[in-house]
Design a protein. Structure first.
Length: 303
């Protein structure tokens, strides 16, 4: 029985190990240097971000609130510094693995490196999309409260969630995932929901719209502090905003209080005042003319 094949296999294995050790050492050295450089860059970025007060700027811009709503608890400066650290470290790790000769692992890490920029773009898209959705939600709620629409908050939330869902679909598409079917389905759902909301809003807000339009006419005819009487209500105008006009009045107990009247009701009072002013103005003019004519008559002789 010949042991020569076994001996040759062992010799080849030992030779491969001996040849692999220098590559492994070089790879570890590159990885160590990469870690040191990545940590140094992270420290420098944190220092720069702290000097320019990036976290305070992000707080004012609402970025921190958008990140918190997405479940991110880290500050913007720490997150950016960590992203730069891991990106550089992964780059050095790819070079080290390629130098060692682990081609399959190097290809995998290279794919991850190519994926990171798209992931960052998707994350930025989601953050700013969430900020836009929150802004539109607050704007819709404010407008609805101004015109006294009861379901304004629910409408604002629906718009916010719809925008966030649309932004998430765009972010998934940015990652390279085929979202054709998802986009088509989402578009149909949004169109149907938008039509339903529009019909509901149009049918339910006619009275509010009428009061809002009447508010422009009321502001032209009534000034703050002016006294007016409408049926059983009497008082001084405090303000006219949205769909209602606020009056300062006195209740039956003699206490000062305020009441809110729909602007549409006040247009009738304004119309009556305009009519009364128009009817009384000629009478005054005629009286003045009569007086003037009487004064212009010549005096009787001997008076």
């Amino acid at each position: 029985m010949s042991f020569q094949p076994v001996i040759n296999s062992l010799i080849k294995t030992l030779t491969d190990i001996i040849n692999f050790i220098p590559r492994l050492v070089n790879g570890l050295i590159i990885l160590l240097l990469g870690y040191i450089i990545s940590a140094l860059v992270r420290w420098l970025l944190r220092l720069v971000f702290r000097s320019i007060r990036l976290d305070q700027l992000a707080e004012r811009a609402g970025i921190n609130n958008a990140m918190s709503s997405l479940g991110v608890r880290a500050s913007l400066s720490d997150m950016l510094a960590q992203i730069a650290f891991f990106f550089l470290l992964l780059s050095f790790a790819t070079s080290a693995v390629s130098l060692v000769g682990l081609t399959a692992l190097a290809d995998l890490l290279q794919g991850v490196l190519h994926f990171i920029p798209r992931a960052i773009s998707a994350a930025i898209l989601v953050v700013f999309g969430s900020m836009l959705a929150r802004f539109l939600c607050n704007a819709i709620i404010a407008v609805a409260d101004n015109v006294n629409i009861a379901y304004g908050k629910a409408l604002g939330k629906i718009i916010e969630y719809a925008i966030v869902a649309f932004v998430v679909v765009l972010a998934i598409s940015t990652l390279g995932v085929d979202t054709t079917i998802l986009t088509t389905s989402f578009t149909i759902i949004i169109a149907a929901a938008g039509l339903a909301i529009a019909l509901t809003f149009a049918s339910g807000s006619r009275e509010s719209a009428r009061n809002v339009i009447a508010g422009f006419y009321v502001r032209q005819n009534f000034r703050p502090g002016q006294r007016l009487t409408l049926g059983e209500y009497s008082g001084k105008v405090r303000s006219t905003a949205g769909a209602y006009t606020v009056l300062d009045t006195v209740n039956e107990s003699g206490e000062n209080t305020t009441i809110s009247l729909p602007n549409f009701l006040l247009t009738a009072v304004a119309g009556q005042e305009d009519t009364s002013n128009a009817s009384t103005q000629p009478a005054v003019s005629d009286q003045e003319n009569t007086t003037t004519e009487g004064n212009d008559q010549p005096e009787a002789p001997g008076s």
